[in-house]
Design a protein around this ligand. Structure first.
Ligand code: ZN
Length: 278
């Protein structure tokens, strides 16, 4: 009988980090460890800043954006996802320096989690049952009832799924989970990306602002992605688990929570941001 060995969160984070974008670890060892409630796999650190990359309009029929250095030495392995989306270039720092930013997903790690349907906190297998994968989202119905069974149907989400253990730990710790919804999703279909959209103006390439681009549409060619999205269909709100997570949250956080750290990120679509647990 063969045993499947899952890579550690650290190893996975290194594997999805493009060559040349990892910040070298300092000689001092820090205690922060990726893939834990203190540093969810999805969350960036303040040291993981944007890296330079000059955008160009790619020649040919398949017009859209690319990086200037693609012309000389080919596209970087991680510059695009497998559906052709172009991704922002960002540093990876696994040394644990800086401060964790739960409101800001690290693009390469978020992509790996959404693509692989892995747990957003520990990067292990997410919970999966007969009704699909478990997604734990803030902003659920005030008092869930049988009428809300299909709550979440059709949501476009940047939030990866979660395992049961991390769902419970997050409910206790995360200030945004007062009205959490535990959702089983049979068909979380890859949808597209969230990022910065651009257009070709009189003075060249100019940013338009944050936006969503669906895969296999012209908009994809004009977006530099920072998050991968799935559309949640065939959803089923788990009333029992939702109630248990809300009770855990209330028990650990009986007073009015401070302002949620997930609320500070600029967004044109609140449905796809600020939902990662932490
Ligand atoms: Zn987990």
């Amino acid at each position: 009988m063969s045993t499947i060995v899952m890579p550690s969160a650290f190893d996975l984070a290194r594997a999805v980090c493009p060559a040349g974008t990892e910040i070298q670890a300092p000689s001092v060892r820090f205690s922060a460890q990726i893939g834990t409630p203190a540093w969810p796999f999805i969350s960036s650190r303040t040291t993981e800043q944007a890296l330079p990359g000059t955008l160009i309009v790619r020649p040919g029929l398949d017009q859209g954006l690319g990086y200037a250095d693609e012309v000389d030495d080919g596209e970087g392995e991680q510059d695009r996802d497998r559906d052709g989306g172009l991704w922002a270039r960002v540093a990876t720092d696994l040394s644990g320096t800086g401060t964790v930013q739960n409101a800001l997903p690290q693009p390469y790690r978020q992509r790996a989690l959404v693509d692989g349907l892995l747990c957003q906190v520990c990067a292990g297998p997410s919970a999966k049952g007969k009704d699909g994968w478990l997604f734990v989202l803030p902003g659920g119905p005030k008092v869930p009832s049988v009428r809300d069974t299909q709550w979440g149907e059709g949501l476009i989400e940047a939030t990866p799924p979660v395992c049961l253990s991390c769902a419970h730990l997050s409910a206790e710790r995360c200030p945004s989970l007062g009205r959490v919804a535990a959702l089983w999703v049979k068909r979380p279909t890859l949808y597209g990306v969230y990022g910065t959209t651009y257009r070709l103006g009189p003075r060249g390439i100019e940013p338009v602002g944050p936006g969503i681009a669906k895969y296999e549409t012209p908009a994809l060619g004009w977006t530099v992605a920072t998050q991968m999205l799935r559309e949640l269909t065939e959803t089923c709100l788990d009333q029992g688990l939702t109630a248990r997570l809300r009770a855990l949250h209330t028990r650990r956080r009986p007073k009015a929570p401070p302002r949620c750290p997930h609320a500070g990120l600029p967004s044109s679509n609140p449905d796809v941001l600020n939902r990662n647990l932490g």
